[in-house]
Ligand binder design. Sequence first.
Ligand SMILES: N[C@@H](CCC(=O)N[C@@H](CS)C(=O)NCC(=O)O)C(=O)O
Ligand SMILES: [Fe+2]
Length: 290
Amino acid sequence: MAANKLHIEMFFDADSSTFSYVVVDNSSGSAAIIDPVLNYDAPSGCVSAADADKMLAYIAANNLNLVWILETHAHADHLSAAHYLHAKTAAPVAIGEGIKKVQQTFKLVFNLADEELQANGDYFNKLFADNESFRIGNLSAQVINTPGHTNDSVSYLIEGHLFVGDSLFMPDSGTARCDFPGGDAHILFRSIQRIYQLPDTTQIYMCHDYQPGGRELKYQTSVAEQKAKNIHVKADTPEQEFVQKREARDKTLAVPRLIYPSVQVNIRGGQLPRAEQNGVSYIKIPLTQK
Ligand SMILES: N[C@@H](CCC(=O)N[C@@H](CS)C(=O)NCC(=O)O)C(=O)O
Ligand SMILES: [Fe+2]
């Protein structure tokens, strides 16, 4: 693989500790955006596309042609800018076909009518099947289903570079939580085994880094490094040991700050809930009593 076949530009949203990427095919100028963030200020309900506009500015400055907007999963901690970017560029918004299950689950949680959400993959332009191949200009890309954190989690393998979403974190952070509806530590373990079967040299790109111990921000590692050093799952870690560690940690984690707004918007591909007759969109929060 020529060293300069592709370029990966990383963007970081400090509010949600999220990495987004622009992946560029240097030979054609085609590009894909992975996991774009829509900025959201919860107390005021104010939505802004400041981060997404930085990505668009990068694309414009480099004369790139955006051909895909890719989601690794329906995020539960930040809003997606996929719909905003689609409206600006007409590039298709794609996600794994497991999104149907996630939509079905949260359609019930938010008591959404069929006109609001059909839960058949609506709001997305393309649903990827496991192992499906696609192109970003002259780059070959492949979808690898990696559920466990969520039902719809996929990783994108692009010319030896793997965008894992929230399956793996940096080796010193381990893995993503499996306690959301549809999450399952056993399933995540099996997804990680799939990743560990890729060549050791495969470069892995994070979706989050929470900087344990206050260390500097990191977003990139390799299959070899994960197999040797991941604190939850090394090459020879038995499934049961991983599941115990993962489930014990999940019991200590608070509900993500933006889970309700995020999920509500992200099951609609980043589109805000339909405006009411006064032209305003609202976020619902199901109330429970202790
Ligand atoms: N404190 C963050 C937590 C976000 C969170 O739960 N992130 C998920 C990925 S969507 C995770 O796996 N976290 C693992 C951890 O915090 O150890 C928030 O409130 O947004
Ligand atoms: Fe996530």
